[in-house]
Design a protein around this ligand. Structure first.
Ligand code: MF3
Ligand code: CO
Length: 251
């Protein structure tokens, strides 16, 4: 069931999204060689709570931290640990905040110092996929237009798309209907949806440099590429309004 939001609710979601963005920005600012992912997570939690919000991920299906931090071949849902970042890594940071009953969800992949040209191209392409998808968030466009925007750009650049995980509707719960796939196929076209005002979704492309296949580590959370190739992930929370896309996770 899709829950459409009123302009008032969207304003509240923007407040939640702003906190998620501030926490993500604080995390990004910490990224440098030698910093542990647990240090970054502590700062994420501090910033979220400093704004009177709560970290939405903590305790979500038993998840133990306030952020997901996924390094190199880790796709999503990496658990913060004592692991220290090093020059050449790419690090995905995913943050969710709940404020006044609504959730904002966003992620970015950051280069640690100097990375290979291929790694940078993967990170930049994934960000561009997100941007292209956001442009589709206008009344009258369809869910499949989001998937097509992501898939066509990713594949044109020679990257593959993770299919096991998708974006999602978002509101009073982090994961609401509809699911927002990053690709189109017969099944997604069959349950396609025409966008209308008040729909709020999190779009989150995940691109691999190698094969698309992923698996989950023994910690039951960390998703990695099966072939060990690099992966990147970007995410924003967006409201579809009569004036077009409103990115809620923006300061
Ligand atoms: N942004 C992710 C998502 O939308 C993060 C959820 S991680 C969890 O699924 F720990 F909260 F589960
Ligand atoms: Co999400």
């Amino acid at each position: 069931m899709i829950v459409y939001k009123s302009p008032r609710e969207i304003e509240t979601m923007r407040e939640a999204g702003r906190v998620a963005r501030l926490a993500l920005d604080a995390a990004r600012a910490m990224v440098k060689p030698g910093v542990s992912t647990l240090d970054i997570d502590a700062e994420v939690e501090r910033v979220i709570r400093a704004h009177g919000a709560t970290p939405e991920f903590k305790g979500y299906h038993g998840y133990p931290a306030s952020s997901c931090i996924s390094v190199n071949e880790q796709v999503v849902h990496g658990i913060p640990s004592g692991r220290r970042l090093k020059e050449g890594d790419i690090v995905g940071i995913d943050v969710g905040a709940r404020l006044k009953g609504y959730v904002g969800d966003n992620a970015a992949t950051i280069c640690v110092g100097k990375v290979t040209a291929e790694a940078r191209r993967l990170v930049e392409t994934t960000r561009e996929c997100l941007e292209a998808a956001v442009e589709m968030c206008v009344p009258g466009k369809k869910l499949s237009d989001v998937g097509r925007a992501v898939q066509s750009l990713a594949e044109a650049r020679g990257f593959t798309l993770v299919r096991e995980y998708s974006g999602h509707g978002i509101g009073t719960r982090m994961h609401e209907d509809p699911s927002v796939p990053n690709y189109v196929d017969a099944a997604t076209l069959k349950r396609d949806l025409v966008f209308r005002e008040g729909l709020c979704i999190a779009i989150e492309p995940m691109l691999n440099a190698g094969a698309a296949d992923v698996r989950t580590l023994d910690d039951d959370w960390t998703v990695v590429t099966q072939d060990g190739s690099l992966s990147a992930h970007w995410e924003d929370t967006i409201a579809i309004t009569k004036d077009g896309p409103m990115v809620l996770t923006r300061v």
